[in-house]
Design a protein around this ligand. Structure first.
Ligand code: MTE
Ligand code: LUZ
Ligand code: MOS
Length: 752
């Protein structure tokens, strides 16, 4: 089943914030941001900017009527800087003008004097200075200390992974319009309409019911708009409030790249101990997360790093500690995988390094340690309906792993300057927000008197196809054509207290709520049908393909007739329903619990070739066996898998974010920051939908798909490393991502 929204996308008919017709008299805002990474503002002169052409006002923190605070988990982030600035790109003032061009032109007329302080950009340096966002967290299982003596091999090392720019096609932005009686409507490109509503209310010191946040769709979010869309919405709302005019604020690409946070870079220490039969007996890791200047979602992301520190392996003795380090960079934030990929890269590096020492293929170690049913994760949850082995075995057979390895060895023995490499990447990703309270959703469903259906939920469409899935849920429960079902914008006045669309749980949570709401209406419709048909028991009624059945036999009552008559009988055909994931909990004092409704598993083979003269490479093929559960929409899910894989490969290979020592972004343009394009993408991506015999907690036995496939991209790093090994077996390998062409070249021709 096609995602019908794509018809709009490819014809340019989908509306993003910048495509909307703005109300008459709309003003435009531009942001004046900090030129230094750390220091105090000694003087800010906005007079000249105020009298610049077309400028209506220039606003600073002094114009904020409520709290100057946008921190979500921890209240440590001001909307507009007061005295201190903590990163280059930090908003200090906004210019409001008749046009965006005039607003931007006035920015250079703002004069700022600062007393610079030395910035910290490196997380280990921040840690040494005790600059933490929050106290460290440790997950442990068994006892590593007493186990090292039983290990036949112990390997220690460092693994580092870099940041990643979200590069959503639609920049951050919002349009805020003052309405009657102090109400403000905010159209925002956000994954979290409720967060925007709550934070705008705090900034303006007005109740949440006076703020209506509306989201039609995003041109991509990837986590970058889970928390960080709020700032721009607050600035637009502040300006709308002060000027009493609609205000639009949309960042330009360079502003967005400079001012917003990215995936967290990590630097980590690991120690791994194995027995001679390749069982991992003990694993220790210390993760240093580069959080940037304020918390944002860093602590939650740090937690997920710990949850995924052992990927899809059972390790009986684990000690993993994670530090969230405060630096003078833009606050880093959610990015597809949410800290999970960073944790998984470290264990894969540890395995690769151990394999190197043992002179075995890492694949052998990976395979020997896969999770079994009943194994315990370091956080206490037990593996249930686990698919680590099932997906591995399917991958191995389906794609003839041994044969592929042989082909590669043969190629390498026949070629000197081009080498091929192969790596396997198994994944295990926990599904649920790790903050248990976020695992709730609500839906409002209306059946209109013409038989068409409107569905409103807290789910935000950002290209992942959640609207299509919601339509499928309603159409399945009512047994009506999908074309009869329309999804409304995500709006805080229709759906209150919603969680951001994140953690891959958008379809799971909102799908369940939609299902319950539809079922409630269906119950009323069935009762109504018995009355219309003069037949006794509502349980004997079903609706199949828009026809009412009685005891399994079609009647002459159609969906349309049923709806019309039910309306005339004055029966409600609307329902609101709430869903919360059952059973899950987590005890932070013990760092144990059952945080996830279920886990998603799969295994990928990644093949790469490296030009050993130039250091250039190509990812040739990716072959995946992935457990989608019973996919609700194979086309949508395949798109998610392919997109995630390529995005993960980009993070591991091409995409390099560099800040200089002064905290200035050196890769803040698309000519200096390279993301995968169609030429970079693997020649082949084969995704097999693994059959799953088990029931799942997700909607209609499907499984969340948004984030997990990104982690197959980690295999790209190790496939390239494998090719390098074929060229220079003797050199000491590094576990530093991204594996850029430069890094490959340096490794290939490293002096020893
Ligand atoms: N796919 C597209 N096209 N655009 C996006 O922004 N975000 C990803 C993923 N897939 C994203 C995407 C992220 S980070 C998440 S958490 C999920 O989609 C969110 O949607 P879901 O919960 O409905 O899967
Ligand atoms: N967001 C969040 C997430 O707030 N909590 C999570 O556990 C999470 N996981 C993945 C992506 N976003
Ligand atoms: Mo996705 S990182 O949970 O928005």
């Amino acid at each position: 089943m096609k995602n019908t929204e794509t018809n709009l996308h490819v014809r340019g008919l989908s509306q993003f914030i910048d495509d909307r017709n703005v109300p008459e008299g709309t003003l435009h805002a531009a942001v004046f941001d900090s030129p230094i990474a750390h220091g105090d503002i000694s003087k800010l002169d906005i007079k000249k900017a105020k009298s610049s052409n077309g400028v209506v006002d220039v606003l600073t923190f002094k114009d904020i009527p409520g709290q100057n605070q946008v921190g979500n988990i921890i209240a440590d982030e001001v909307l507009l800087a007061e005295k201190e600035v903590e990163f280059i790109g930090q908003p200090i003032a906004i210019v409001v003008a008749q046009s965006a061009r005039e607003a931007r032109a006035a920015l250079s007329k703002i004069k700022i004097d600062t007393d610079e302080k030395p910035p910290v950009t490196d997380p280990r340096e921040a840690a040494a200075k005790g600059n933490f966002i929050a106290p460290p967290r440790t997950f442990s299982l068994g006892n590593t200390q007493t186990t090292w003596q039983d290990c036949d091999l112990i390997v220690e090392g460092i693994a580092e992974s870099g940041g990643q720019e979200h590069l959503y096609l639609e920049m951050q932005g919002a349009l805020a319009t003052p309405k009657e009686n102090g109400k403000i409507e905010v159209i925002s490109s956000t994954q979290g309409p409720t967060s925007v509503q709550k934070t705008v209310a705090r900034i303006l010191d007005i109740p949440m019911h006076k703020i209506e946040v509306d989201v039609l769709r995003l041109g991509g979010g990837f986590g970058g708009k889970e928390d960080q869309a709020t700032i721009w919405a607050c600035l637009a709302a502040l300006a709308a409030n002060v000027c009493n005019k609609p205000v639009k604020l949309v960042l330009r690409r360079h502003e967005d790249m400079r001012m917003t946070g990215k995936r967290h870079p990590y630097t980590s220490d690991f120690k791994i101990g194995l027995s001679s039969d390749l069982k991992i007996l003990a694993y220790e890791a210390q993760f240093y997360q580069n959080a940037g200047a304020s918390a944002d979602l860093s602590t939650a992301i740090l937690e997920r790093t710990l949850f995924h520190a052992t990927n899809s392996y059972f390790i009986p003795n684990v000690q993993a500690t994670a530090y969230s380090c405060r630096t003078n960079l833009p606050p880093n934030t959610a990015f597809r995988g949410f800290g999970g990929p960073q944790g998984m890269f470290v264990i894969e590096s540890a395995i690769a390094k151990a394999a190197e020492k043992l002179d075995v293929d890492p694949i052998e170690i990976q395979k020997a340690n896969l999770l079994n049913e009943g194994d315990t994760f370091p956080y206490g949850q037990i593996v249930k309906n686990g698919r680590a082995k099932a997906s591995w075995d399917d991958m191995e057979k389906r794609y003839e792993l041994d044969g592929l390895k042989k082909q590669i060895n043969k190629f390498n023995s026949e070629n000197t300057m081009t080498k091929k490499g192969l790596a396997v990447m198994p994944i295990c990703f926990g599904i649920s927000f790790t903050a248990t309270f976020l695992n709730q959703a609500n839906a409002l469903v209306h059946v209109y008197s013409d038989g068409s259906v409107g569905v409103s939920t807290g789910a935000v469409e950002m290209g992942q196809g959640v609207n299509m899935k919601m339509r499928q849920v309603a159409s399945t429960i009512f047994s009506i054509a999908v074309s009869r079902v329309h999804t409304e914008t995500t709006n805080t006045s229709r759906n209150a207290n919603t969680s951001p669309t994140a953690a891959s749980a958008g379809a799971d949570l909102n799908g369940h709520a939609t299902k319950i709401a539809c079922e409630n209406i269906l119950t009323r419709l069935k009762k109504s049908a018995t009355e219309i048909l003069f037949k006794g028991n509502p349980d004997s009624i079903t609706i199949q393909n828009e026809v009412v059945y009685f005891n399994g036999e079609p009647t002459n009552l159609s969906w349309n007739d049923l709806i019309t008559q039910t309306y005339l009988k004055r029966i409600s055909m609307s329902a609101h329903a709430h869903y919360s994931t059952p059973e899950i909990y987590f005890d932070k004092a013990k760092e144990k619990g059952l945080p996830f409704a279920y886990h998603t598993f799969g295994a990928a083979i990644v093949e790469a070739s490296v030009d050993c003269l130039r250091g250039t490479y190509h990812i040739d093929k990716v072959h995946v066996s992935h457990d989608f559960g019973k996919s609700m929409n194979e086309l949508v899910d395949l798109g998610q898998a392919e997109g995630g894989i390529v995005q993960g490969l980009g993070w591991m290979t091409l995409e390099e974010i560099i800040y200089n020592k002064k905290g200035k972004l050196q890769t803040g343009t698309l000519s200096t920051y390279k993301v995968p394009d169609i030429y970079f993408a693997p020649d082949e991506i084969n995704v097999h939908f693994l059959e799953n015999p088990f029931p799942n907690a997700a909607i209609f036995n499907s499984k969340a798909i948004g984030e997990p496939p990104l982690m197959y991209g980690i295999g790209g790093y190790f496939a390239i490393l494998d090719a390098i090994k074929a060229f220079r077996p003797e050199i000491e390998k590094e576990y530093i991502a991204p594996m850029t062409n430069e890094r490959v070249l340096m490794m290939l021709h490293k002096m020893t």
